[in-house]
Design a protein around this ligand. Structure first.
Ligand code: KMT
Ligand code: NI
Length: 176
């Protein structure tokens, strides 16, 4: 993690920095249930996967040069990732190459932007509102880990029923 900081709302593209200049510490991220660690080898990621019982995994590459259907199709994919959502399981990502932004809502509903890069392991708790995009480099390769079967379902906040979700409620009570 190069940095985490409060996201500056403006009309610039999502892949720009949106840097408010106000940094967020690892402790503040921990307070909202986020786990972050820089890990220098896949063997050490495997150890954490065993410790935390992550049984499944896959790789994802998002690359404007190779994405099927070209850059427009990648942008469509990014627009889906950038729609504010939650999951009923942790979102666990280990960055192998490239970089990207995870935006997470803090307990005051403010966006925090986390710049992830090679060797970063980021674990978002179930129930936290978040979104993802690339940087202007438009390239990331990441390992996605899952406890059981991949739970792909993104529950979008805009749909209006996420506040009554069991995992959302559990998350909220875990951070207070
Ligand atoms: C997600 O769920 O947002 C993704 O898998 C995005 C790419 S992982 C760096
Ligand atoms: Ni997600």
């Amino acid at each position: 993690m190069v940095r985490a900081y409060y996201y500056k709302e403006d009309d610039e593209p999502m892949t720009n920095l949106h840097d408010s200049g106000e940094n967020v510490s690892i402790q503040e991220l921990e307070n909202i249930g986020i786990f972050y660690k820089s890990i220098n080898s896949l063997e050490n990621v495997d150890k954490i996967a065993i410790d935390r019982n992550y049984k499944n995994r896959d790789y994802i590459t998002l690359d404007s040069k190779t994405f099927p259907g070209g850059e427009e199709s990648l942008n469509n994919k990014l627009n889906i990732f950038f729609t504010e959502h939650l999951h009923e399981d942790e979102e666990i990502r280990y960055i192998i190459d490239g970089n990207g932004f995870f935006d997470v809502r803090n307990n005051n509903d403010k966006w925090i932007r986390i710049l992830v890069e090679k060797n970063d392991l980021l674990i978002l708790p179930a129930g936290i509102y978040h979104r993802f995009t690339l940087t202007n480099n438009k390239f990331v390769k990441a390992l996605r880990l899952f406890k059981d079967e991949p739970k792909w379902i993104a529950l979008n906040r805009i749909d209006g029923n996420t506040e009554s979700n069991k995992y959302r409620k559990e998350y909220i009570s875990s951070i207070i």
